[in-house]
Design a protein around this ligand. Structure first.
Ligand code: PLP
Length: 375
């Protein structure tokens, strides 16, 4: 991509190694449930420092299997954040579980543990924290809340592969069920894909059976031990995953480098607040680069002006509780002011490992110009 041309929001890094491993699968004839799938699971688990990991077809299906593994069902309530991608609430709705939204921390935009503590009730069965935009959620506080009230935890780490929490622990390694996602804009990609990491009491064998139509490992193709799904990941996708895990450290380092360039460039731009990279021992794994605009700046007009100048940007994120299917549960504007304010003034800028210094500089200049040229 030329530095003067359009700049897109995200761009995966696919190279010769991905081609080589995909070709290996094609030539092997084992397109599903073959050795490449197992290799991807082993290599991602090793990278995370986890005992095991179960590959699935998406982050959403990983979350759905997590909800079922924790036994959450109709009549149950689970505490979660309204400032997330819709899948983190939908996975509860699939099982008839009510998402009970709580407001977020103004700095990290993650579930506020005091807000969560305030709404624990008789029907509360669990907590579903999201490590939003790759910043680690307040896991020690949420785990204490869970322990005090006998709650399960399902971590939505779909945006946070590589993040480190306030106790210096890798997100996804704490003894809760954790989920990751590999859509093409994520830190690493398999095109579509996800992983569920059972670091707690839930069994990997149970998750493998559930993703494969309820077939236990020792069962034939037409035998089923219970209700299951086809949430398998193909070996072609797993081949991409193996190649991406091999370069994951470098992908993450380069994302951090681009974020640093942005932090420097945006320091000069009035009216724009850059996201934090770290706080104490917490380290963000850079997923998107989302800035907040000061009051009085029209976010949507800014996005339109950037688009006219060839720069993609996106309102990031709409609050989940205001989507029609959650309004049906009684949710309304004004209930979660911190999340709603972030939702109204945030925008995601182009962000991917191959972004050059001059591209970042151009985005910063154009953003400044777009802000100057209007209310
Ligand atoms: C926070 C969060 N949860 C869940 C998902 C769902 O992942 P997928 O799109 O792979 O189903 C995503 C992906 O965009 C996400 O960002």
């Amino acid at each position: 991509m030329s530095d003067a041309g359009p700049i897109q929001l995200a761009q995966p890094e696919i190279g010769a190694r991905e081609e080589e491993l995909v070709l290996e699968v094609l030539r092997s004839g084992r397109l599903s449930l073959g050795p490449m799938g197992q290799r991807f699971e082993r290599e991602l688990a090793a990278w995370l420092g986890a005992q095991d990991a179960v590959a699935v077809s998406s982050g959403t299906t990983a979350l759905h299997l997590g909800v079922r593994a924790l036994g959450w069902g109709p009549g149950d309530e689970v505490l979660t954040s309204p400032f997330s991608f819709v899948a983190s609430a939908n996975c509860l709705l699939y099982e008839g579980v009510r998402p009970v939204f709580c407001d977020v921390d103004p700095e990290t935009l993650n579930l506020d543990s005091s807000a969560a503590a305030a709404v624990v009730g008789e029907r509360t069965r669990g907590i579903l924290p999201i490590h939003i935009f790759g910043f680690p959620a307040a896991m020690p506080e949420l785990e204490a809340l869970a322990a005090a009230n006998g709650l399960g935890i399902l971590e939505d780490a779909c945006e946070a592969l590589g993040a480190v929490d306030s106790e210096g622990r890798a997100v996804g390694s704490r003894g809760n069920l954790a989920t990751f996602a590999f859509y093409a804009n994520k830190q690493m990609t398999t095109g579509e894909g996800g992983m569920i990491v059972p670091t707690g009491p839930e069994s990997a064998a149970g998750l493998r059976s559930a993703r494969n139509q309820g077939r236990a490992a020792d069962m034939g193709w037409l035998e089923h031990e219970g209700l299951g799904f086809n949430y398998r990941l193909s070996d072609l996708a797993a081949a991409l995953g193996v190649a991406q895990v091999e370069k994951l450290d470098s992908l993450l380092r380069r994302r951090s480098g681009v974020a640093e360039l942005y932090a420097q460039g945006l320091a000069e731009v009035e009216g724009v607040r850059a996201p934090i990279a770290a706080r104490g021992s917490e380290r963000r794994s850079w997923f998107v680069y989302t800035v907040r605009l000061d009051a009085g700046i029209d976010r949507d007009a800014t996005i339109a002006r950037l688009a006219e100048r060839g720069i993609a940007s996106k309102a990031y994120l709409p609050c989940i509780h205001l989507f029609p299917h959650l309004r049906e549960l009684g949710y309304r504007e004004g209930q979660f002011p911190v999340a709603e304010a972030a939702s109204a003034d945030s925008l995601a800028l182009p962000f991917f490992p191959a972004m050059s210094e001059s591209q970042v500089g151009r985005v910063c200049e154009e953003l400044a110009a777009a802000i100057r040229s209007g209310p």
